[in-house]
Write a new protein. Structure first.
Length: 101
């Protein structure tokens, strides 16, 4: 009996799991492309309430695009040198260097 990986249910997610950090290239993408089934799985995780944070060596511009196009909550880009996340429902973005210290 198979499991449909694009449909996450609350019962399937451990109660102490708050989010997912994942690599992008070769993990979420295959030969540089984000497959439709992977995109659907990201939406399923998003709808289940998990925080999704891709981690990539790609540029800040790629990270910015991911935040606008993918159902994710934050992104770590520039090989860990930059973090960006949404601060409100309208999608306003903030980077770590914009925070009050």
């Amino acid at each position: 009996m198979g499991c449909n990986t694009t449909e996450a249910s609350e019962e399937a997610i451990p109660s102490r799991l708050y989010g997912v950090l994942t690599d992008v290239d070769g993990t979420l993408t295959l030969h540089g492309q984000l497959r439709a089934s992977t995109y659907e799985a990201l939406w399923s995780l998003h709808h289940s309430g998990l925080t999704i944070i891709p981690v990539t060596g790609r540029s800040a511009a790629w990270g910015h695009m991911m935040l606008h196009q993918w159902p994710i909550d934050a992104v770590i880009a520039e090989s860990g040198g930059l973090a960006m996340w949404r601060v409100n429902k309208s999608g306003e973005l903030v980077t770590a260097d914009q925070l009050d210290r």
